[in-house]
Design a protein. Structure first.
Length: 116
């Protein structure tokens, strides 16, 4: 074999070995990169989950407060309705008494007018 051909063949073999090693190193680097990204994304997900759990607990606390406010409002409405019924009954009673008084005064006025 020609020395130049041997040199070219040797260079080709070295390039082939280098390409194999480069491919292996590239695969390792890609694997490490994905592992690092996975760790950071899992860490980020856990941080996000903690924040959402805090938000969810606050929302549930607010929902409990709103439910309690609705319950109190319902109780107040029941009391208000009963008080309104009592007031309406009193109003009707007072109106009937006022009408009786008006009729009495009118009849007395008519009697006085007739006696003159």
């Amino acid at each position: 074999m020609n020395p130049a051909t041997r040199k070219v063949t040797r260079i080709r073999k070295l390039r082939a070995k280098l390409n194999k090693h480069a491919a292996a190193v590239t695969q390792i680097l890609v694997f490490v990169l994905f592992a690092v990204l996975a760790v950071y994304s899992l860490r980020g997900i856990s941080v996000i989950n903690k924040k959402y759990s805090k938000i969810n607990s606050r929302v549930s606390m607010l929902n409990k407060c709103i439910d309690e406010a609705h319950n109190r409002t319902d109780k107040f409405n029941v009391v208000l309705d009963s008080n309104t019924k009592v007031l309406l009954q009193r109003d009707e009673y007072l109106n009937s008494r006022l009408e009786e008084l008006y009729n009495y005064v009118l009849s007395q006025h008519q009697l006085m007018a007739q006696s003159k």
